[in-house]
Ligand binder design. Sequence first.
Ligand code: HEC
Length: 218
Amino acid sequence: MNDDVKKYIYGAISVFLVGVLTWVGLVYVSACGFTLSCNRGDIPISRTPVPTLIPATLPAMQPEDSMVVAAADVCYVAAADLVGAWVDAGASDTEAFQFTDSNGTNCESTFDEVKPLFVEANLWYSGSFSCISCHSVDLAVSPAQLDLSSYEGILAGSRRAEGASTGTDILGDGNWDSSLLYEFISEAKADVPGHTEVLSSLMIFAGTPLSVEATPTP
Ligand code: HEC
């Protein structure tokens, strides 16, 4: 008799405990899933309402000033057009060449500003490899046996036999539009690694204006 009552009491307690544990478990799993690293109950971090970054307040630029500054500073041009102007002007190592920038300003530059376009990574588009990461000085591994790491390498061209000083001219014999270099910069080639994207949209600041005279606004 006494044992029976005990049984009922213990039975009721265990049913209750199992129920509570199941309930807590269900709530946890439905909120957090099967993980032990659940932090949904953490106190949310509230941000300070006081702005910690004070916005820079510069005087508004006057149109005349900005034109003079832009004109006196540097030119703005599509990277491919800069290379093109260099090629069309004879692809000199040291001599300056001229080009018209995207604002119609007459500008001047040298090979020093063309070379980084082949050497720098993350330039033509976000995350892009540098040209020389593939077209390196080591012709044994360079695709198309093309070395873009130096002036001599660029001029020597592609598909050079071992030790040969020249190969296929990639500069179109001084005619940019018909050059291999132009083709590989302006066309996406789905099946050539490193050339799956069109590169000719990159705009850069390069060169110096030939005259600091501001172009009149219409
Ligand atoms: C991921 C490696 C890679 C990168 C980066 C790369 N290329 Fe290439 N490039 C290739 C391959 C592969 C070919 C095709 C080789 C072949 O057809 O045998 C090629 C071919 C070329 C050719 C044609 C040569 C020929 O004779 O057919 C030119 C020009 C060229 N690349 C220029 C560039 C320039 C300029 C850059 C940088 C903007 C660049 N490449 C970046 C891999 C690369």
